[in-house]
Design a protein around this ligand. Structure first.
Ligand SMILES: Cc1cc2nc3c(=O)[nH]c(=O)nc-3n(C[C@H](O)[C@H](O)[C@H](O)COP(=O)(O)OP(=O)(O)OC[C@H]3O[C@@H](n4cnc5c(N)ncnc54)[C@H](O)[C@@H]3O)c2cc1C
Length: 424
């Protein structure tokens, strides 16, 4: 049987960072670190991140602001990891590997504008260090045995003293793929919460979506979950309407809450404000509506509402309230016109689902942080480390998920190397 000091299952973002970080400690020979990847190439998901540009971190990611960007059962606990390996440490690591960085609105990217720059940096560094990389190597099972772990792959059995589980999740993978990490962690007694698709589109009830598909506009969205609107979340940003519902950054940010509530059988609805921040430029909304009734009385509906938003949206709002574009707005049609105004500020939709894991950028849920130490070591199995999205941490859009992969991967790699270096 082949043996090594550290086995890393999964050469995605966190596994690559774990491998490089372990080798950089100099505490064990790099050839004793074995990176196992089921795909024929390493780091394939990195290539699709940030629309191919790889939004790898965020300037706002500091140990004091983590709760604003990360979600999960105990997101408040993340400080214990970020004080050990911060976003600044990750940036330094990329500079050390030769990657120049740039920031746009706080979002950090490689200066090249190409995600492949990030992957190449890892590839070249692993090669230079002499880390053993095995591709096309799917791990099927892991067993505890004397002095470490027995890892059963499709080809052979391998023995490692320490093991880093960096298998990622089903997010962005083909249907039915991506659950090995949960299964292996569960075989050591770990809990797996969910998982639920996150940073994903919302599917909504209504027969008008096809007519609205393609509309892109600023919006404020409030999401309510539960029979009595027990939970409420809000976001604002550029909304994208699809032929089945809602997409765009603010929708992605809220989707993990909708996913979870729906999976738990709780109803979810969204109120969309298509005129967010109206008051900042235009004064009081009620006064504005009253003013329209005074100044535009008798005009055709299409004229009466012109200028209030995207045309497709206005036409759908008219239809929704029983008005045609040619209908004059008079005392007779005032109630319908009031309904159009209301629709523009409080468009209510029932959320009936999310798109599947294959469309999601991350998974919410996973292994609870209370089951790992500050060193990313499993509290169920000594010598086993868990990293990345497998854990119950999901970040908002903006580079936070990759940052979590770097932070958790670096800590696990360093600690696994230190532990192997200590043991005779
Ligand atoms: C389309 C898309 C865009 C994204 N854009 C961004 C972005 O711009 N910024 C950001 O911060 N985040 C982004 N993310 C999220 C980010 O990519 C992930 O959070 C991050 O890659 C998670 O790292 P990980 O190491 O946990 O898992 P992964 O990167 O998914 O790596 C897991 C690896 O393990 C391998 N593996 C799984 N099971 C086995 C097994 N049994 N044996 C061997 N190998 C196995 C997989 O093949 C995979 O290579 C995006 C995600 C998607 C899908």
């Amino acid at each position: 049987m082949n043996t090594g000091q550290i086995g890393i299952i999964g050469a995605g973002a966190s596994g690559l960072m774990a491998a490089v970080s372990a080798a950089w400690t100099g505490k064990i020979a790099a050839g004793e670190i074995v990176l196992m990847e089921q795909q024929e190439r390493i780091g394939q998901k990195i290539l699709v991140t940030g629309n191919g540009k790889c939004n790898l971190s965020n300037r706002d990611c500091s140990p004091h602001t983590l709760q604003d960007y990360y979600r999960g059962a105990r997101a408040g606990e993340l400080e214990r990891f970020f004080t050990r390996y911060s976003a600044e440490d990750a940036r330094a690591c990329f500079r050390r590997m030769g990657v120049l960085l740039t920031a746009r609105n706080g979002y950090i990217y490689p200066l090249s504008g190409q995600a492949s720059t990030v992957l190449d940096a890892f590839r070249f560094e692993l090669e230079r260090l002499g880390v053993s990389v095995r591709t096309g190597c799917r791990v099927l099972r892991v067993r505890r045995e004397r002095g470490g772990f027995m890892v059963e792959t499709e080809q052979e059995n391998l023995h490692f003293r320490s093991l880093i589980l960096s298998c990622g999740t089903p997010a962005g993978r083909k249907r039915g793929e991506g659950t090995d990490g949960y299964r292996i962690a569960a075989s050591f007694g770990h809990t797996v919460l969910g998982p639920w698709p996150a940073l994903v589109q919302l599917r909504c009830a209504g027969d008008y979506w096809k007519g609205l598909a393609g509309v892109r506009c600023a919006a404020g969205i409030t999401l309510y979950a539960g029979e009595r609107d027990d939970e409420v979340w809000q976001e604002r940003g550029e909304l994208l309407i699809t032929d089945y519902g809602l997409s765009g950054i603010p929708v992605f940010q809220l989707s993990r809450f909708a996913s979870r509530a729906l999976a738990e059988g709780r109803p979810v609805r969204a109120l969309v404000d298509f005129l967010p921040g109206f008051e900042e430029e235009n004064g009081d909304w009620e006064d504005f509506c009253a003013g329209r009734f005074d100044g535009f009385a008798g005009r055709r509906a299409e004229v009466f509402f012109a200028g209030l938003g995207n045309k497709k949206l206005l036409m759908t709002a008219l239809k929704k309230n029983g008005l045609g574009p040619q209908d004059p707005i008079t005392q007779k049609t005032r109630r319908q016109a009031e309904g159009v105004f209301r629709s523009l500020r409080r468009w209510e939709v029932a959320v009936v689902g999310t798109n599947p894991f294959s469309n999601a950028q991350v998974c919410a849920g996973g292994i609870p942080l209370r089951e790992i130490s500050d060193d990313m070591e499993s509290l169920r199995a000594r010598g086993l480390y868990l990293t990345g999205e497998l854990l119950d941490v999901d970040g908002k859009c903006g580079g936070y998920n990759l940052q979590w992969a770097w932070t958790s991967g670096a800590i696990a790699g360093r600690q696994a190397a230190a532990a192997c270096g200590r043991r005779p």
